[in-house]
Ligand binder design. Structure first.
Ligand SMILES: C[S@@+](CC[C@H](N)C(=O)[O-])C[C@H]1O[C@@H](n2cnc3c(N)ncnc32)[C@H](O)[C@@H]1O
Length: 238
């Protein structure tokens, strides 16, 4: 496993500090997470390299591919991979304990259609994923960056929308979910004016949770407390 970001320098050799959507707080790995990384990385781990992946080679078959950004501990990603064996899944997460948990759950579930990056999703998308190759991109409960002065760190921005559009096939879908209403409004503002997309909602706002997105424990608890969750789905049309 390499570093989660690649350092960039300007022409004078000065380090370029980028605005990132995450702050790395590397908590300790549990024994189980460390063991899962050691045993499962050779089969499920993808080492970052800035050249486009050959998906047919990686998965050993031709199938539609779903990519998830920031899968956290990976519980819903593993469930989705298990429930849709006909699809390929690629998960990307910078938090190493999350990668360990995901690999551990995936091994326990016996899924074979999941591969994982421990790297910054922006770099992976930019360099390791071929244009027009994805059937769906998922972004579930991204860090909300509540404070106004931190809004620039929110991953959903015009440039990001364009990057995702390029990676999707025509007809492919960018699916976002958030439990923070202000972030759902921000997502709508960005996505409703992004060119080449069609909002799949009938009224130009949000969609009901599709069956393929599992209801997490956290979300089920939120429902009982009357908290909202907003799903947004945008199809690439050009
Ligand atoms: C609030 S958590 C949500 C996790 C998970 N999707 C869930 O619903 O439980 C957001 C996750 O996104 C990850 N993340 C943020 N920016 C990222 C990036 N650029 N590349 C990869 N992972 C990222 C964070 O490490 C964190 O685990």
């Amino acid at each position: 496993m390499s570093e989660v970001t690649t350092a960039e320098f300007n022409e004078e050799g000065k380090y370029l500090r980028k605005i990132r959507s995450f702050v790395l707080r590397e908590g300790r790995l549990t024994k189980g997470q460390a063991q899962a990384i050691e045993t499962q990385w050779p089969t499920m781990g993808l080492d970052y390299s800035p050249t486009p992946l050959d998906l047919a080679e990686v998965f050993g078959r031709e199938a539609d591919t779903v990519l998830e950004i920031g899968f956290g501990m990976g519980a819903s990603l593993v469930q989705m991979a298990q429930e849709a064996p006909e699809l390929n899944f690629i998960g990307i997460e910078v938090h190493k304990p999350g990668v360990g948990s995901c690999l551990s759950d995936a091994a326990a579930a016996g899924v074979t259609n999941l591969r994982v990056y421990h790297h910054d999703a922006m770099e992976v998308l930019e360099h390791a994923i071929a244009d027009g190759s994805l059937t769906r991109v998922q972004l579930f409960f991204p860090d909300p960056w509540h404070k106004k002065r931190h809004h620039k760190r929110r991953i959903v921005q015009a440039e990001f929308a364009e990057l995702i559009r390029r990676k999707l096939k025509i007809g492919g879908v960018f699916h976002m979910a958030t439990d923070w209403e202000n972030y759902s409004e921000h997502m709508l503002e960005v996505m409703n004016v992004a060119s080449g997309y069609k909002n799949q909602s009938v009224d130009g706002t949000v969609v009901p949770r599709p069956d393929h997105r599992p209801l997490t424990k956290f979300e089920a608890r939120g429902h009982r407390l009357g908290h909202g969750v907003w799903d947004l789905m945008f199809e690439r049309i050009a």
